[in-house]
Design a protein around this ligand. Structure first.
Ligand code: BTN
Length: 238
């Protein structure tokens, strides 16, 4: 489904999934009036400045923990296949180019009231194509593909390559190949692993050295009191 403008492609996709939309249903828009980011933030989505796309998935329970990691990998792989630009991932699924954020993923699960099993997960990705995609106050922390590349980006190709990469990484997870997804994430996480980080999670903050992710996608951080698993919240380089 393609919209010239919608509130949020994640909201549209979730509503369609609630009404029974098939796995693999794609909702994309040229602009969003209420684009949402992680941690309750908004995601600026002016017309034509970014790729705003959400996919309905109906994963097996064992697939769910690594899904958000796989989606970040898929964005990085899609960007590289479509443009040649190599990007880094930052836990859990932000995508960076030369130290500035170029894309983010918001994965939202819906579970049944009866047995708490996952009904569907909407994986939404926002990729900055032009500088207009981000507000001026984050200009030092954000970038766009066209700024990094110095040329125009074929957004149709970007959409197709991202969807192909997401399908492939999702198939890895559904078929028990989580190690391949973790390996691909690690290969793009060199700018983060081994670095000093601070994290804010609900009810906890701390700092230490980011070591790796485990088989559930949790970030392992070496702290003064030993290694801990960060499973939620936000991580910053310090
Ligand atoms: C982040 O905070 O880094 C995640 C941003 C995710 C933005 C995308 S744009 C398409 C989809 N629809 C939304 O409302 N959000 C996601």
């Amino acid at each position: 489904m393609w919209y010239t403008e919608t509130s949020s492609t994640n909201d549209r996709a979730a509503a369609m999934a609630d009404r029974g939309a098939r796995e693999g249903t794609v909702v994309a828009a040229n602009a969003q009036s209420a684009g949402r980011g992680r941690h309750g933030r908004s995601w600026a989505s002016p017309p034509g400045a970014g790729l705003y796309v959400s996919v309905v998935l109906r994963p097996a329970d064992r697939t769910v923990p690594l899904l958000t990691i796989a989606a970040g990998v898929a964005v990085a792989e899609g960007v590289q296949a479509a443009t040649g630009l190599a990007t880094d991932v930052k836990w859990p699924n932000d995508v960076y180019a030369h130290g500035r954020k170029v894309a983010g993923v918001l994965a939202e699960a819906s579970s049944s009231n009866a047995n708490r099993s996952i009904q569907h997960v909407v994986v939404g990705a926002g990729i900055n194509i032009m500088p207009a995609a981000y507000p001026p106050e984050i200009v030092n922390r954000a970038t766009s593909l066209e700024v990094e590349l110095g040329r125009a980006v074929d957004r149709g190709l970007l959409l197709v390559e991202y969807l192909c990469a997401l399908a492939s990484r999702y198939e890895d997870l559904q078929n028990g190949r989580g190690d391949a997804v973790i390996g691909a994430w690690r290969a793009r996480a060199a700018s983060m692993l081994g670095r000093r980080v601070q994290w804010d999670a609900p009810g906890a903050t701390g700092d230490g050295v980011a070591l790796d992710i485990d088989e559930t996608g949790a970030l392992i951080v070496r702290t003064a009191t030993g290694p801990i698993r960060v499973t939620a919240g936000e991580v910053r380089w310090v």
